[in-house]
Design a protein around this ligand. Structure first.
Ligand code: AMP
Length: 404
């Protein structure tokens, strides 16, 4: 089936058309600067020179969806003859609260529940909802499925999702750990089991999704049992610009000592912290930090070492939570590409049965094992593919409903 994957932000819309039977990406692209003027449209046809870029004004999301549908159905440069060839649309939705435990067929009723979750992700969910509305307008007869960043973590046991605050705040306000990057953790844990040649039900994996945003998840038998991001994506390990887990009193102290407002301090914790803040505002890009580290720059060493240490701590904690792990898998921009980061982390895990194969780590490419065959805990580097995960989940939902 051909599935159109839509990842809609407040002023941008990323899309990808995937043939799920073969897992081939047919085309992909981006509508930029929606609603703010100076719009730009990118359309790339994989394995062909039919693609193009052009400036297009996008007064709203409807125009963006209209433009991309015209591009993919265009007689000259398109990839399908008719919009009816697109079997379904899979929408990325950031927050499903505790209402959605899996990808869900979108009806009017489901739309209202997604809208109810908007206060948990005020920057993301309204844009995701707008994407669904625009697609429904332009392709009213096409099946739509919502795939949630949080759904994969709805399997967390109570002991993992509760915080040590009065229980009434969980009951009244739903304050709990939700976890994010669910599509990636789901996809990569399945790929890990596949590469091991084992049934996922029998595998315990720690997935390290290390990108600009980053989270680590303990996956037991295909189910998330703990994850480092929390009520919001600010929690957990240190990230590009986000602080990760903190003593909550620090927020209070920063308000008092800097004279900044609470909102300003929260902005600092989201955008000026993490590797960027620790390195003295050098960069949030791990390649810059690593280059400076190699030259002996003290600020870069401080940031990089702290980053590695926090990752090691989470992996150790999740080994305990899982009662031992079969595999550790690195994914996303840093996890997939930085052999030195993987080496520094794994060196510190030697005592826990991790033995890296330096050649496979440094010189290999693509999805592969990077530990020795004798390593008690196997280590993998596996590229994530959130769009593929959305497309495959979309088909799964439709199959269950006999709509595919
Ligand atoms: P993502 O959010 O998954 O796109 O990942 C972005 C992060 O990946 C940035 O910090 C990049 O510096 C990092 N990254 C990308 N390529 C490499 C590389 N070859 N080595 C180290 N870090 C990389």
């Amino acid at each position: 089936m051909k599935v159109l994957v839509i990842n809609c932000g407040s002023s941008s819309l990323k899309y990808r058309l995937i043939e799920t039977d073969t897992k081939d990406v047919i085309c992909k692209g981006l509508c930029e600067r929606i609603g703010i003027g100076g719009g730009h449209f990118k359309y790339e046809v994989i394995g062909s020179d039919k693609g193009y870029e052009k400036d297009v004004e996008f007064p709203d999301h409807n125009t963006a969806v209209d433009t991309l549908i015209k591009a993919v159905t265009d007689p000259e440069n398109g990839v399908v003859k008719d919009v009816a060839e697109i079997g379904a649309v899979g929408h990325r939705i950031v927050h499903g609260g505790d209402k959605f435990t899996e990808a869900t067929y979108i009806t009017d009723e489901v739309m209202s529940v997604i809208e109810e979750c908007s206060d948990l992700a005020p920057l993301h969910n309204p844009a995701n909802i707008q994407g669904i509305k625009s697609c429904r307008k332009v392709m009213p007869d096409t099946a739509m499925v919502g795939v949630f960043d949080t759904a994969f973590h709805q399997s967390l046991p109570e002991e993992a999702y509760l915080y040590g605050i009065p229980y009434e705040y969980y009951e009244k306000y739903g304050i709990r750990k939700f976890g994010f990057h669910g599509m990636s953790h789901d996809y990569v844990s399945k790929e890990t089991a596949a590469i091991m040649g084992r049934d996922i039900k029998d595998v315990k994996t720690i997935v390290c999704h290390l990108g600009n945003g980053a989270s680590i998840t303990a996956v037991d038998g295909g189910r998330s049992i703990d994850t480092s991001m929390g009520y919001t994506p600010l929690d957990g390990i240190i990230m590009g610009t986000r602080c990760g887990s903190l003593d909550p009193e620090i927020v209070h102290a920063l308000v008092e000592k800097t004279g900044k407002s609470l909102d300003e301090v929260m902005h600092i914790l989201n955008f000026d912290s993490g590797v960027y803040g620790l390195s003295g505002y050098m960069s949030s890009d791990m390649r810059d930090i690593r280059n400076a580290y190699n030259k002996g720059d003290k600020a870069a060493i401080r940031a990089y070492d702290t980053y590695v240490y926090v990752i090691v701590k989470y992996i150790g904690a999740y080994m305990a939570a899982l009662g031992g792990a079969d595999a550790i898998t690195f994914t996303a921009g840093i996890g997939e590409n930085s052999s030195s980061l993987r080496r520094l982390v794994c060196e510190r895990l030697k005592g826990l049965g991790v033995e890296l194969d330096n050649d496979a780590n440094e010189n290999g490419k693509g999805a592969r094992m990077i530990s020795t065959a004798d390593s008690k805990v196997k280590v993998y580097a596996i590229p994530t593919d959130e769009e593929m995960s959305i497309a495959l989940s979309t088909v799964e939902v439709l199959k269950k409903l006999n709509k595919a």
